[in-house]
Design a protein around this ligand. Structure first.
Ligand SMILES: NC(=O)c1ccc[n+]([C@@H]2O[C@H](COP(=O)([O-])OP(=O)(O)OC[C@H]3O[C@@H](n4cnc5c(N)ncnc54)[C@H](OP(=O)(O)O)[C@@H]3O)[C@@H](O)[C@H]2O)c1
Length: 256
């Protein structure tokens, strides 16, 4: 793609997307309030960094917005008049209707990515405004593919998607911490537990996807009578792990 991509607000999420797109050679202009956060992007020839949002708004052909929800209104007040390009917002809770009013134009898409975007493995939801042109839509889809998988999701399901995929990396990180503690208690070195767990989680994900089996079936297949796995499963059930995870997703969705 020949077009220049702007990202305004390059924190955790905007930064993850910026990293993936920079690695793939896209031409970027990155704008952030504190320029120090952008230093790490200086190594990419085709990436420009700035603390001037208006410059990024003018120069980007497609513009991602990556600020926090409470920072959105202030930002838009300053750049609205210069932002005549299609906008892709990752801001949680801002609907397509909100974005149209904030921007004063209609070419908007809303996305909900997650942090594995940094390594090209995001699971991203996207909703396109009706006024997005076909050419822009194709380019946005190309960009979303450059940092992972994407799926069109009805706006009414964005809160549930946000809880399930936006918040899930943090929930799984907590799971990994607990599993690692268990491994260390059993005598493994801390660092090797992370290596073993990362590969195990990757393997489980690929197996689930490729086998198309129900997760309960995959679990049952490895629980031999009186064996170690079923003993561990008993402890997870004692702690009501499944119910706790469901409650965490429901609670997170209420605030998304
Ligand atoms: N984190 C996730 O997993 C995730 C997932 C999906 C969607 N999101 C959405 O992504 C957005 C950002 O979340 P985050 O976790 O990445 O937050 P974050 O790390 O705080 O990033 C926000 C960035 O915006 C910058 N910023 C704030 N006001 C600005 C302004 N007026 N001009 C230029 N830059 C400005 C901040 O810079 P300073 O540090 O200099 O203030 C910061 O680098 C949120 O709307 C969130 O809902 C996040």
């Amino acid at each position: 793609m020949k077009r220049k991509i702007a990202i305004i607000g390059v924190g955790n999420m905007g930064g993850s997307i910026a990293k993936a797109l920079a690695e793939k050679g896209y031409s970027l202009i990155l704008a952030n309030r504190s320029i120090e956060k952008l230093e790490k992007f200086k190594k990419y020839d085709q990436v420009e960094i700035t603390d001037d949002n208006i410059k990024a708004a003018k120069e980007g052909d497609l513009v991602f917005i990556g600020v926090k929800p409470q920072q959105m209104e202030g930002l838009m007040e300053k750049i609205r008049d210069h932002l005549k390009k299609p906008v892709i917002s990752m801001v949680n809770g801002e609907s397509l209707g909100d974005l149209r009013s904030l921007l004063g134009h209609k070419e908007v898409a809303r996305i909900m990515p997650n942090t594995p975007a940094a390594v090209g493995e995001s699971m991203t939801a996207v909703a396109f405004g009706d006024d997005i042109k076909e050419e822009d839509r194709k380019d946005i889809e190309e960009l979303l593919s450059a940092f992972g998988h994407y799926k069109e999701v009805d706006e009414e399901n964005f809160p549930a998607f946000c809880a399930l995929c936006g918040c899930m990396p943090a929930f799984l990180d907590i799971f990994i911490e607990g599993a690692s503690d268990g491994g260390v208690l059993c005598g493994l070195k801390r660092q090797e537990t992370y290596e073993f767990l990362a590969q195990t989680l990757k393997g489980v994900a690929v197996l689930l996807e490729e086998s198309k089996k129900h997760p309960g079936v995959l679990k049952d297949e490895v629980c031999s009578p009186g064996g170690s796995t079923i003993r561990g499963v008993e402890k997870l059930e004692e702690g009501a792990l499944r119910s706790i995870i469901a409650k965490a997703v429901i609670e997170a969705a209420k605030f998304s």
